[in-house]
Design a binder for this molecule. Structure first.
Ligand code: CP
Ligand code: NVA
Length: 313
């Protein structure tokens, strides 16, 4: 039976999702409501006959599979477009690619390098564009993470997510997402690996509207004290060069049991995956009882189905 509705998400129809800053707090909460409904009813043919073009210029397991399966479960279809196989890889412009794809498909999901590429694509396309990860942001992962946190902890207000490690695309999207839904976000990163200052300030502004505190510091032990959630990501993101000096700095920020012993509560452990056991997190933490990493991975499917239904519905 199809009962899922897009109530509260109507204004998102036709919009892009380039960062979670594009959405209001209410829109994000409505997307999470819709995601929960869609999670209960696997097949909801809200996008019968619609197609999603998925451009990948970096590798992916979760994003690729969850978007493709999500479109199928919504009654639509997804096309995997490897950036190297497209004419884009031989110099066709992003703008021309956007205009051509707009004549065939109903939305584009793109995973690429600089955020400016996604913005250029969205500017030229007549259809919704979804950011499937750039060097700067990973909004779909953050949306799925908010769904997971809501399922595990209930209300966002008064909760604190502590991100430990490299200030990267994941950090940026978590700061914005947390601030938008009224959850505190503390980032502990080594000097020189902090998240982008402008994005941090943007998240802090959103936090002022919802009562969420967004803070960046260098001490992981102090940061985890009040954590309800401790979050990790890789030390070297896709497209980044491995840098011995940075890795040495980051080794002090590994999430392990001695670090978690500083937390007053028993925080959930989250990671967007893929993970490197023995680097950013130890096996006993990621494979331990408080880890929800596979729930996060599953929720990519449900959160993105909600996003697709809202943007294309
Ligand atoms: N978390 C995430 O985006 O995973 P993939 O790189 O496998 O898509
Ligand atoms: N920060 C990581 C996230 C992977 C999902 C990267 O960009 O490689």
């Amino acid at each position: 039976m199809i009962t899922a509705t897009v109530k509260g998400t109507e204004r998102l129809k036709g919009k892009d999702c380039l960062t979670l800053a594009d959405f209001s707090s209410g829109e994000i909460l409505s997307l999470l409501d819709l995601a929960r409904q869609l999670k209960e009813e696997k097949f909801s043919p809200l996008l019968m006959g619609k197609s999603l073009g998925m451009i990948f210029e970096k590798p992916s397991t979760r994003t690729r599979v969850s978007f493709e399966v999500g479109m199928t479960q919504l009654g639509g279809h997804a096309l995997y477009l490897n950036g190297h196989d497209l004419q884009l890889g031989r110099g066709e412009t992003i703008s021309d690619t956007a205009k051509v794809l707009s004549r065939y498909v109903d939305a584009i999901m793109i995973r690429t390098f600089g955020q400016e590429k996604v913005e250029e694509l969205a500017e030229a396309a007549d259809i919704p564009v979804i950011n499937g990860l750039t060097n700067e942001f990973h909004p779909c992962q953050a949306l799925a993470d908010l769904l997971t946190i809501q399922e595990k902890l209930g209300d966002f207000a008064g909760k604190t997510l502590v991100y430990v490690g490299d200030g990267n695309n994941m950090t940026h999207s978590l700061m914005i997402g947390a601030a938008k839904v009224g959850m505190n976000c503390i980032v502990a990163a080594p000097a020189g690996c902090e998240p982008d200052l402008k994005i941090t300030e943007q998240a802090q502004k959103f936090g002022e509207q919802t009562g969420a505190v967004v803070k960046v510091e260098n001490d992981p032990f102090a940061a985890v004290e009040e954590a309800d959630i401790v979050y990790a990501d890789v030390w070297t993101s896709m497209g980044d060069e491995e840098n011995e000096e940075r890795l040495k700095l980051l080794s002090e920020y590994q999430i392990n049991l001695p670090l978690l012993a500083h937390a007053r509560k028993a925080p959930l452990f989250m990671h967007c995956l893929p993970a490197h056991r023995g680097e950013e997190v130890t096996a006993e933490v990621i494979d331990g009882p408080n880890s929800v990493v596979f729930d996060q991975a599953e929720n990519r499917l449900h959160a993105q189905k909600a996003l697709l239904a809202a943007l294309l519905g």
